[in-house]
Write a protein that binds this ligand. Structure first.
Ligand SMILES: *Cc1c(COP(=O)(O)O)cnc(C)c1O
Length: 363
């Protein structure tokens, strides 16, 4: 640290991304990327003429992508915000709405804590129940005489499904959160929503609740983690606030090629749906196999499983898998230290993973 760093950032603890080692070829089940390549239209969009156009700035209004998102999600163009990854959308939301602080679960996406610190936003951490589900009452606040709730006096951010547990909350729960906390923003991070067995996206609720902001990303279900595109959908007034901040920071936040790729990815619904279906099938298979090996596996609706074995510690399993060429994600948090998060890849990768786990447990 230099002696020039502003005091506000001296205690900042940055996010720790999942490892991307280059030393050898791993079966990479540690960062929830898609095993599938982007849609054929996306690959075709990355061409020479697009490269020639890189001399020009990207469209600061992101028009073609906003138009496509508006059509795909049946919302107004003015209800759409586009970010350099959904992490950037989350950051602008914390920056814009964070004055009263944000509440979120103790076991959740670790970026929230970092973004809060970066923006000097206070936080209130709500412990999950012992079964790793969210206790809705924690976010509703005290009951009022009319049988309603007074809210918790803070904004809320919850991933649905939650990460790294994979467990979803219901749309009724989200509606209750919005109603109880009408004077604050309720942000639902839907990074994994496309992998759920049933449609559980809160996007349709944004028409009813002016304080609901939903974020999604192209990084997981649309195989574009490296393109860095995410978006938020909510009431036009919320979006306008975030646009003010974006235009005060970086109006060219999404580059030309990524924007074009994102449009193509949205257009190919058949490819997208087929890939999500394959992930669901591989998830179900892997879960059954892990259970046969004695694992306790949480009920995941995402492209990963969160599992622990009574026979081996989470850390030990992670290290031995790594030795054997399989990368999963282990978190040091004592509450979940016995678990590993296993991203769902190709069928053959999952078979190899299960084989390797079996060998580790046997010898
Ligand atoms: C991966 C992830 C994101 C965002 O990813 P981007 O690549 O920045 O779009 C957001 N929230 C959760 C819970 C995630 O796991």
């Amino acid at each position: 640290m230099s002696r020039f760093l502003s005091s506000a950032y001296r205690t900042l603890t940055p996010y720790t991304p999942g490892e991307q080692p280059q030393d050898k070829k791993y079966i990479k089940l540690n960062t929830n990327e898609s095993p599938f390549p982007p849609a054929p239209g996306v690959i075709a969009a990355v061409n020479a003429s697009e490269a020639m156009d890189l001399r020009l700035y990207s469209d600061p209004e992101l028009k073609p992508l906003k138009a496509q998102l508006s059509e795909s999600f049946q919302v107004d163009v003015s209800d759409v915000f586009i970010g350099n990854g959904s992490d950037e959308c989350l950051n602008y939301a914390f920056m814009a709405f964070g004055e009263d602080g944000f509440a979120f679960p103790d076991i959740t996406y670790s970026f929230y804590k970092v973004i809060a610190q970066l923006n000097q936003v206070t936080t209130e951490v709500k412990p999950l129940r012992a079964d790793f589900t969210i206790d809705l009452a924690d976010y509703l606040g005290p009951e009022t005489p009319d049988g309603g709730h007074a809210g918790i006096g803070k904004n809320i951010v919850i991933p649905n499904p939650n990460a790294p547990t994979g467990i979803p909350i219901s749309l009724d729960a989200i509606a209750a959160l919005c109603e109880a906390n009408a004077d604050h923003v309720v942000m639902i991070d839907e990074a994994y929503v496309d992998f759920a067995d049933q449609a559980i996206s809160a996007v349709p609720l944004t028409k009813k609740y002016k304080n609901l902001l939903v974020t999604q990303t192209f990084s997981k279900s649309r195989s574009m983690a490296g393109a860095r595109v995410g978006f938020a959908i909510g009431d036009a007034a919320l979006i306008q606030d975030m646009e003010t901040l974006r235009n005060s920071n970086n109006p060219y936040n999404v580059n030309r090629i990524s924007m074009k790729c994102a449009v193509e990815a949205l257009r190919d619904t058949a490819y997208f749906e087929a890939n999500c279906a394959k992930i669901r099938a591989n998830r179900a298979w892997t879960r059954t196999e892990l259970e046969k090996l004695g694992f306790h596996v949480l009920e995941s609706q995402t492209n990963f499983l969160f599992a622990e074995s009574p026979a081996i510690s989470g850390k030990e399993l992670y290290l031995r898998l790594k030795d054997n060429g399989v990368l999963v994600r282990h978190f040091d948090d004592p509450k979940i230290t016995n678990f590993n998060r296993i991203s769902i890849g190709y069928e053959e990768e999952m078979a190899q993973f299960i084989e390797t786990v079996r060998d580790i447990l046997t010898f």
